[in-house]
Every structure is written in C-alpha cells, then in structure tokens.
Design a protein. Sequence first.
Length: 588
Amino acid sequence: MYRTHTCGELRLADASKKVQLAGWVQRVRRLGGMTFIDLRDRYGITQLTVSEKTPENIRLAAEKLGREFVLQVEGLVVERTSKNSKIPTGDVEVSLLALRVLSAAELPPFTIEDESDGGEELRAKYRYLDLRRNPVKNALMLRHRVAQEARKYLDAQNFLEIETPFLIKSTPEGARDFVVPSRVHPGEFYALPQSPQTFKQLLMVAGYDRYFQLVRCFRDEDLRADRQPEFTQIDCEMAFVEREDILQTFGGMMQHLFRRVLDVALDAIPRMTYADAMRDYGCDKPDVRFGMKIKELTQQVQGNGFAAFDSAAYVGGICASGCAAYTRRQLDELTEWVKRPQIGAKGLVYLRLTDDGVKSSVDKFYPAEALQQLAAALGARQGDLILLLAGNRKQALNALCELRLEMGARLGLRRRGAFAPLWVVDFPLLDWDSEAQRFYAMHHPFTAPQPNDLPLFMSGDREALKSVRADAYDFVVNGVELGGGSIRIFDAAIQQQMFKVLGFTPEDAEYKFGFLTSAFKFGAPPHGGIAFGFDRLCSMFGGSDSIRDYIAFPKNNAARDTMIDSPSRIDNAQLEELGIEVAGERGK
Ligand code: ASP
C-alpha cells in the first residue's frame, strides 16, 4: 500500500494518526533547522516537516529533494503552530518518520504553480506537466462533471448511449474530411466522421428511439483561433418527435446542467426566429445579455445627398447609452476598428446627443430635425451616442453585430457569470451562393423543410427555394452557439429532392448516401436531433474563452500536437504498404 490518505484529506481531527502519503514535491523550504516539504497530489497539498528530531537518514534524504520528485512518506499528523487558512489541510502537518524517493525529477521547464512562468508554447510541449497545475486540473474536473451530469439527465430520460464507428464514409457537415488509407484495400479510404449524423439516423430507423453519445468528431477545416480538428459533441437523436419535443427535452438538459454544474437556475428558454435575430442583432447567435438592438434606417437616411448612405443597400445603427462624451480620438479609434478587414466597414457615422443638441459627423447633409428623428428612431436619449454603418445588407449587418458586441464589452454589459440562453429557430433551409450559382444546405442535407414550406420546396423553383424555412434550431448562450440540430427528412422522395436541389446527380447521391435512402425504404420513423459542442459548453461553464483549456491533450492553433510532434511524416515502407505513391524529396 502506497498511501493511507490523499494529500488533500488530513484535518485537525486526524492529529496524532500515523499516516502514509504519496505525491509530488511542490516546494521545499528550509528555515533554520527545519525543512518544510509541500507534497502534492490530485487532491491537494499537505505540509511535511523534518526537524532536528527527525531520524538522520530522513534528514539527509530531505536535503536532496527537488521540485517534482515523487515521494512516499510515513509520518505523524500534528497540529501546526502557524496555520494556513488558504488550504483545507492547513491546520496540520505531517512530521516525517520515513521517506522514500519513488522517482527523482529533473527541474521542470516551467513552474508548476497556478500562475506558471511558462509560456503557452512551452506548456503545450510539456502538457503532462501543465496538467499538474491546478487551473488545468480544475478544468478537467469540470469537464468530467458536465459529462456525468449530461449522462445522468439523458439516462433518466431513457436515452441509450450507443457508439458509432470512426472509420466511415464522408458525412456532410460542410467541412473537409480527414481520411484514412486502407492497407487491405489499396487505393481506398475511410473518412473520419465529421459527426455521427447518418448513423444516428440509421439508429432511428432501427428503432432505438432515444440515442446519445459523447463522441469525438473530426473536421479538417481551415485554421482559426480556438478551432480543434477533433472535438467532442453530445450527440443526440429522437424518433417520433416534433421540434417542440426536442426543444423541451434539450432545454431541460441545459437547465439540468446549469443547475447541477454551476448552481444557476435558468428560466424557460426563450426563442427567437432567425429573421428577428438577423434584423435586431445582425447575426444568428445574438448575445442577449444586453439590448442595444440594431435598427435599420435605410429609408430614413436616403435622399439627403450623403453618397455613402444613398448608394448603400442597407443603413443601420445602434445606440450606445451614455457615450455622448466620446472624444474625437475615441471616435477615430472606433472608426479604425470597424474598418479592420475582420469587420470590413467602409466608415462610421456618429451622432452625439449632447446638452447642446445633436452633434454628428454628417451635420452638413442633415438638418437638425432629421438628426433628431434618427435619434428618436433608435430610442436614444440625451447623453447617448449613435453609431451608423452602411453597406450591402449582409456585410453591414455583420459589421453592426461586431460593433454592438464591442460596445457591449466596452460598456461592461457582457458580464461574466450572467447567462442569457435562447433557441434560435426557423432558419432558412438553403443558402444561395451567387458566385457558384448553387444552393448549400444551411445545416446539412438531412434537415427537413418546415411542413408549411414543403410545397415551395418540392416546386424546385429557385426563388421559392430561397424562402423555404428549415425545421432547424440552434441553442445559443451569450453570443456563442453551443448546439444545433434539426427535424430530419424521413421520406425518400423529399430526401431525393434535397440532393437534387444541392446539385448532386442521382448517381452521386446514391454513391454517397444510398445506404440512408435505402434505409428509409424500410420503415423510417419521423425523427430529429441535436448536437452540443461539449468542449465549448465546458469552457462556457468554466468562464473561459478557450476550448483548449478543457481538453486534456489539445492541438494548437496550427492543428499541431507539439508534445508528440504530430502530424508527422511516415516512412516510405509504411507508405508503400498502404499503396500510396511516395512523392517528392523523400521518394527519391
Ligand atoms: N450533426 C449535426 C452537427 O454536427 C447536429 C445535428 O443535426 O444533430 O452539427
């Protein structure tokens, strides 16, 4: 037996017990004739003491200890004279009777402390050392809690956890597939699942009417901050349901998780249509912790000779309360901010509602009365600042969305610890790409059109198709999309129409998804589902913006694991075995 207790366990009530502990040396301090060793394990830290009365062999051994040595010790629990109220074990210490070094340790490349001196890259390379730090450990413990609570809720609701394969064929979620060459079938490849979408639908056909899985998904997307090529979803599907059933069941799951993990009681989860979200917030995942809604003013501002507005398809604005005192410099800085390529606005027009009337950057085009009317349209009051942007509708709304979020942050309206969840519903089914002159599925090709819009969908008319709404929904909290799903097509004819609309030839559709359409011919129940981004959910619960903090072994922003050095080359023999032609330098 290595230990009788953990390093987080001993209390005053244990005084005078003889105990054994095992763990890592956090610190060694020498004070006069005394040596204090902080011994750490997953559960906490216990102070060990070596005094002049300690047997000599232990005193000698203690002198040679360094950070991160692994020890097994035996000792007597005694009350401390100077207690440490910051740690739960701070009332006691263990006076050593025996000490065994189980493993010596090299000096770690960074300090294993809550605030480490190691930079991100260094800590990523030695992730196993980083994982010893409390903030990282706490993040993984939180992740565990969320997973267990999700399982508890779903199990209680009769869901079955069923695993689906990783070596499959392409699943369309809009990203590229990671592919795996098959050695036994040279020239053929598996794809790693972007999601278990088709399998969970097949499970519905098979009669497993409530399925879930905490499952890894793989998407070979372009690099972006805080994207992981592999990530985890809470993936769910139900049969014999309508949208309402899904929203109730999974709204319930979210309420359960917020209550159990954060002790936060969420009210019934409000809903907003996609159209309203776009109109009022400029995006489909609004942060509704604060108002500052966008207002369209296109009609109102045109015809006064201000070219930037007259030529724009869309003009809209927001009202930042109490910001009329913004200085010229602040306004210039904000203008530069909206002109950054990520935001893409051409310029920024402002109206300051000061004590001396409305002051604006477009005074010469608009009489005072017109400016007052603009202010009124935005519900602005004295002391407020109005910010206007113009452009094509999509781009201007997007810029306004970003500007609103930025102003919300600057005004302290995006409070941590406040949670504003909502369901966004009634998404368009299809997205028209005018450059490529084709439709894309807004969610994925298995999403059903809303029953009322089915005739429009089946008509196949391009303009009609643009207005078809999907039975799809997203779960959004504080401007972050945490989950999304849809009611599915379960009728082979509608599914075929969908493939046609998306530009698949019948042969293509058959080759890629024939297994699903065939399955639908053998008795498919109405079904629908949803998937939640589990890593993101954890980071939301943990109050962090980075999902990487909640993954034990994450990849960096360049999709690399620098600890194991992956991706990496494989040798020619392995390539040959896989029947892959050896290309470039290495093949010569
Ligand atoms: N498979 C979808 C996704 O990964 C979720 C769903 O429709 O259930 O986004």
